[in-house]
Write a protein that binds this ligand. Structure first.
Ligand SMILES: Cc1cc2nc3c(=O)[nH]c(=O)nc-3n(C[C@H](O)[C@H](O)[C@H](O)COP(=O)(O)OP(=O)(O)OC[C@H]3O[C@@H](n4cnc5c(N)ncnc54)[C@H](O)[C@@H]3O)c2cc1C
Length: 416
């Protein structure tokens, strides 16, 4: 049997033209698409799944990590804060499950500012209501949403991405684009555009899920131990790359075995109680798979360092104090002027990815990438490099993005 076949070339219909196409509808993709639409771009958001939110909803990763630096200073505003507020369950009526946590009162308007140094600005949300809310936000923003649509290939013209080639129930077709945001989590677009990418093989078995125990909703944080520096050191194997088709299924199947084992363990631990699984993760849960190697690779050394092309800030969810500025160069593709990455596949090395992959930081890079893409199409012939950085920064600030260099400095005033 021959080990390869030649796929016949064929003519593809072009089924739409957009200023900005966002591939992937996780938190980064949602923020990118909505930000681009709010900047007057005609936007298409496509996702291979049938719901928005990616890992945050389909993966049950329902902790919206902090918008603050742990010293009382808020460092993320803009859509990072808007989407955190959207995740909040609102005023408690009756018995709200302990696994849903609202915005801490000190972070509400008029809250105790001094308390902010002790209590981080985060939520724990309901994935089902959140996916409905994200969908409404996207549709109401005028974004053309395409579910069950997988990005498969691209066409380049004069060095740019001119079309994304996708497949869904209608078959294979092309979408013309002015600019593209790769929010696939796996840098699929960057990879197929011929950009340098790096893949990590240190993903472990994991998949959070919900149970009902005697009618009480609980979340089960199921994960083998992993190394926050994305190496196999200290992790519990087996290990996986998320960019290998066979391994994706293998990771899901082996994780489901762990789920069954955890359920048996819970039942043994609580004899006589009714323990039911109600919501397993419905997408592969990989923390870090493939990412762009951009012009600037963010790393731990850049903590407290301001960049002239900063497009957002981020704290560190693991400890109080560190603040990072995210430079546009970590989002920009190197060889393709109209391509940006957003979310967990931006250019960050293994010392920084555990910070850049956090949901709020994905929202920061998503808003920056979507805004940059829309402005580049409108003002710079789709060339992100030709867009003056101050124009982008001013626009982001007008959207509520925090871009104050003094916030990046260490030792912020509590409550400031
Ligand atoms: C077990 C685990 C625990 C975590 N814990 C936390 C936590 O407590 N708090 C926190 O803030 N972060 C946590 N994270 C990290 C965080 O969940 C993710 O990094 C973040 O949600 C990634 O968002 P994203 O939009 O970049 O990517 P994703 O959420 O992965 O979204 C990518 C989207 O792109 C779509 N897609 C992919 N390829 C294609 C394609 N070719 N065509 C079309 N669509 C495509 C996918 O369907 C998906 O919807 C955790 C992650 C894991 C795995």
């Amino acid at each position: 049997m021959s080990m390869s076949i030649l796929e016949p070339s064929r003519e593809l219909p072009v089924q739409g033209a957009f200023d900005v196409i966002v591939a992937g509808g996780g938190i980064a993709g949602v923020t990118a698409a909505v930000a681009a639409a709010r900047n007057s771009a005609k936007v298409c958001l496509l996702d291979k799944q049938s719901a928005l939110g990616g890992l945050a909803t389909l993966g049950n990763v329902t902790t919206w990590l902090p918008l603050c630096d742990g010293m009382g200073r808020q460092v993320i505003g803009g859509m990072g804060e808007e989407l955190l507020k959207l995740s909040a369950t609102g005023p408690r009526r009756g018995r709200t499950p302990a696994c849903f946590r609202d915005i801490p009162p000190c972070w509400l308007p008029g809250g105790d500012v001094k308390e902010r140094a002790n209590t981080r600005y985060l939520t724990e949300f309901n994935p089902a209501s959140y996916m409905l809310a994200l969908e409404k936000l996207v549709v109401d923003s005028g974004v053309r949403l395409m579910y069950d649509t997988r990005f498969c290939a691209l066409r380049r013209e004069a060095g740019r991405v001119s079309h994304l080639i996708v497949e869904n129930k209608s078959g294979r077709f092309a979408l013309a684009c002015g600019a593209v945001v790769d929010a696939t989590g796996d840098a699929d677009v960057c990879f197929l555009a011929g950009e340098d990418t790096e893949s990590l093989d240190s993903n472990v078995l994991c998949g959070w899920f919900y149970t009902l125990r005697n009618g009480e909703l609980e979340i089960q944080y199921l994960s083998n131990s992993f190394c926050p520096r994305a190496t196999r050191a200290g992790g519990t194997g087996p290990f996986f790359r998320g960019d290998d088709g066979g391994q994706v299924t293998d990771q899901i199947l082996k994780t489901r075995d762990l789920v069954r084992a955890r359920l048996s363990g819970l039942r043994a631990q609580h004899p006589g109680e009714d323990v039911q699984i109600i919501l397993p993760a419905t997408m592969a849960c990989f923390r870090m798979t493939r990412r762009l190697v951009g012009r600037h690779t963010l790393c731990e050394e850049h903590m407290h360092q301001w960049f002239d092309d900063a497009v957002g800030l981020a704290g560190d969810w693991r400890k109080a104090g560190p603040v990072y500025a995210l430079p546009l160069r970590s989002l920009r593709a190197v060889r393709t002027p109209n391509l940006l990455a957003a979310g967990r596949c931006i250019s960050a090395d293994t010392t920084a990815w555990d910070m850049t992959r956090a949901i709020p930081v994905c929202a920061v890079s998503g808003e920056a990438a979507g805004t940059a893409a829309a402005l580049a199409v409108r003002h710079a012939g789709s060339d992100v490099d030709a867009l003056p950085i101050r124009v982008l920064q001013r626009q982001l600030e007008s959207q509520g993005v925090l871009l104050d260099p003094s916030l990046v400095k260490p030792g912020g005033k509590p409550g400031g």
